[in-house]
Design a protein around this ligand. Structure first.
Ligand SMILES: Cc1cc2nc3c(=O)[nH]c(=O)nc-3n(C[C@H](O)[C@H](O)[C@H](O)COP(=O)(O)OP(=O)(O)OC[C@H]3O[C@@H](n4cnc5c(N)ncnc54)[C@H](O)[C@@H]3O)c2cc1C
Length: 401
C-alpha cells in the first residue's frame, strides 16, 4: 500500500528535513523547488540545541561536523581594527555567537537533499499556483506541470512563501526588524583568519568577515533602517552595488576591499530582515513549516534549528495521529513555546549591535568587554542567541516503518 502523499514546497533546509522523516514513517514525499537546481548560496547557519539533537537522531551530526566552516569564534573590532572583545566558539549544544556546528547553508541543504533523494521525488524549476482542498484531499496546480492530487501540502518555501499566500492569504504578518543585510563571497587573503570579525562604523552600520569551508571569505554589510519599512529588494544588481558604495564608502576597516570585490561576487544576496508571525500554522490539509511559518531572522541564529526541529515534530505528529487535524494541532502545541522564545530577540536587537554614534560604538564595546570576562561568560552567550534547547523533543522512533 503506498503511503499518504505529501507535497512540500521548498528544497532548502525545512523541506528536505521533513521529507527525511516522512519517508521514515511510510509517507510519500514530493518536494517542489522554484529554483532550477539546488540553491547553494548563503552563509553560515547554526545547528544548535534541539536542532542538533534532531540532526543526531537523523544520523547526520558527523556529516555536518565534517562540513563545518572552521570558524574559531567571534571577535569584535575597534575603530583601528584592534580586538575589543572575543568570544571563542561554543562547545555546548546551544551557546555563543559562533555555534560548534556552524555550516554553510548550501552545504547543509546539500547534505539533506543527498540523503533524501533516493526516497523523495524532487522537482526543480516549478512552484504551486493553486491549492484546492476539498476535505478529502488537495488538488494542486503548478506553474510548469499538470494538476495533481495529494493528501497534504506543506509550505516550506521561506519567509516570503508564495504557498502560504495561496492557502492563508495575508494572514501572516512579516514584522520588519529595521536591518538590511547584504551577503557576498569574496577572495580570501593571507591576512584573513578564522575568526568571525565584526566591525562597527557610525551611522548604524557594521561590516563582518567570516571564514568558510571553501577557501573564500563571507562578507556582510549591515545597515539599520527605518523600522517600519521592509524593502522588497526590487533594484537591479548594478543599482544595489552603487547603493552599497554610497552607503558604505566611508565606513573604514576592510570595507573598501569588500566593495571592490562586489563586481566579481556572483552570489550577492540582499535581505531586508524580518520575522514571520503567523496566527496559525495549518489550514485544512495545508501546513506551514520553517521560515514560512515562523522565521526568526538571521540575527536570532535560530532559523535553521527551528526548521530542523519543526520538521521532526511535524512528521512525528503526522505519524502519531490518524487524523491530520490532530497532528497539526500537536505540531503547533509542541513547537509554539519554542518558536515564541526563539523569536524573542535579545533587548535592543539589532540596533544595540549597530550603534548610530561613535559614543554608542564605544559603549557597545565596553559592554562586550564585560560580557567577555569569564564571570559574565554565561550572560555573554545569551546576549547573542535565544535558548535553543528549551523544548521537550518527543520520541517517535516506535513509529518508524
Ligand atoms: C539562498 C539562501 C541564502 C540564505 N542565506 C542565509 C544566511 O546567510 N544566513 C542565515 O542565517 N540564513 C540564510 N538563509 C535562510 C535560512 O536558510 C533559513 O532561515 C533557515 O534555514 C530555514 O530554512 P527554510 O528551509 O525554512 O527556508 P529557506 O532557507 O528560506 O528556503 C526556502 C526555499 O524555498 C524555495 N522557494 C521559494 N519560493 C518558492 C515557491 N513559490 N515554490 C517552491 N519553492 C520556493 C527557495 O528557493 C528556497 O530554496 C538563506 C536562505 C536562502 C534560500
Amino acid at each position: 500500500m503506498p503511503g499518504p502523499r505529501v507535497l512540500i514546497a521548498g528544497a532548502s533546509i525545512a523541506g528536505p528535513a521533513l521529507a527525511f522523516w516522512l519517508h521514515r514513517y511510510g509517507f510519500e514525499p514530493t518536494v517542489v523547488e522554484r529554483a532550477p537546481e539546488l540553491r547553494r548560496g548563503g552563509q553560515n547557519v547554526d545547528v544548535r540545541g534541539a536542532g542538533r539533537e534532531v540532526s543526531r537522531r537523523m544520523g547526520l551530526e558527523d556529516s555536518i561536523r565534517a562540513a563545518t566552516t572552521g570558524e574559531v569564534g567571534t571577535r569584535f573590532l575597534g575603530p583601528g581594527g584592534q580586538t575589543v572583545a572575543e568570544f571563542p566558539a561554543g562547545t555546548s549544544d546551544s551557546g555563543g555567537a559562533t555555534a560548534e556546528l556552524e555550516i554553510l547553508r548550501g552545504d547543509l541543504a546539500e547534505i539533506l537533499v543527498d540523503c533524501t533523494q533516493p526516497n523523495t521525488d524532487y522537482r526543480f524549476r516549478d512552484s504551486l499556483t493553486g491549492i484546492r482542498d476539498d476535505g478529502d484531499g488537495v488538488t494542486v496546480s503548478f506553474e510548469n506541470s499538470p494538476d495533481e492530487r495529494f493528501d497534504l501540502v506543506v509550505a516550506a518555501d521561506g519567509i516570503g512563501s508564495g504557498t502560504r499566500q495561496l492557502a492563508f492569504g495575508d494572514e501572516a504578518e512579516i514584522r520588519p526588524l529595521g536591518l538590511e543585510i547584504t551577503y557576498a563571497t569574496i577572495p580570501r587573503t593571507a591576512a584573513d583568519d578564522d575568526w568571525w570579525r565584526w566591525y562597527n562604523a557610525p551611522g548604524g552600520r557594521s561590516v563582518t568577515l567570516r571564514p568558510d569551508s571553501q577557501g573564500t571569505i563571507r562578507a556582510t554589510l549591515n545597515r539599520i533602517t527605518d523600522k517600519g519599512r521592509r524593502e522588497a529588494g526590487s533594484r537591479t544588481l548594478e543599482q544595489q552595488r552603487a547603493r552599497l558604495r554610497a552607503q558604505f564608502g566611508d565606513a573604514g576597516w576592510e570595507t573598501g576591499r569588500i566593495l571592490a570585490a562586489l563586481d566579481d561576487a556572483d552570489d550577492l544576496y540582499f535581505e531586508s530582515v524580518g520575522q514571520v508571525l503567523a496566527p496559525r500554522w495549518s489550514n485544512g490539509r495545508v501546513a506551514l513549516l520553517g521560515d514560512a511559518a515562523y522565521c526568526a531572522s538571521p540575527v536570532s541564529g535560530m532559523g535553521t534549528s527551528l526548521a530542523i526541529t519543526g520538521a521532526y515534530v511535524l512528521a512525528g505528529e503526522l505519524a502519531a495521529h490518524r487524523h491530520h487535524l490532530d497532528a497539526f494541532a500537536g505540531y503547533e502545541r509542541i513547537m509554539r513555546p519554542y518558536v515564541n522564545q526563539a523569536q524573542q530577540l535579545p533587548p535592543g536587537t539589532p540596533r544595540a549591535a549597530n550603534p548610530k554614534s561613535r559614543l554608542g560604538i564605544a559603549v557597545f564595546g565596553l559592554a562586550l568587554k564585560i560580557a567577555a570576562t569569564p564571570f559574565a561568560g554565561r550572560v555573554g552567550s545569551r546576549l547573542f542567541t535565544p535558548p535553543a534547547d528549551k523544548i521537550e523533543l518527543p520520541d517517535y522512533s516506535h513509529l518508524e516503518v
